[in-house]
Design a protein around this ligand. Sequence first.
Ligand SMILES: [Zn+2]
Ligand SMILES: [Zn+2]
Length: 140
Amino acid sequence: MPSYTGSCTCRRIEYSLTLSSPDDARTTLCYCKNCKKAFGTNYGLTAKIPKDALRLTKGSTKEHSADNGSGSIVHREFCDNCGSFICEYGDAAKDQFRYLVVGSLDDPEVLPPKGEFFCASRAGWMPEVPDVFHKQKIKE
Ligand SMILES: [Zn+2]
Ligand SMILES: [Zn+2]
């Protein structure tokens, strides 16, 4: 079973990610407004993984929960020392999935993207990722 490690910037939080297969992680770019704001960049880069695949091996996260602007609650977990973003998940899926912030992996290249969401909101200077799926709006 593939196993990966990750951490926040200051490494007070460390985790392991264990998957039955690399196909159990779905990495996507998302150009929606919420991702732009939350990530502070022009897209969000997360890997959808089964909740139980992610295990903290050191420290604990600080959770923030807030309405995402369309009536559903989004939970986001951070390091309360350095502020690094670790994962997010919608309230409806919180018992099943985590959206892991791919940049928190010690080697972020192990989970390359499989698709792009909200391509209609992609910045004009941002090229399309080749050979992955492209959805104009939805994120499911
Ligand atoms: Zn930290
Ligand atoms: Zn998004």
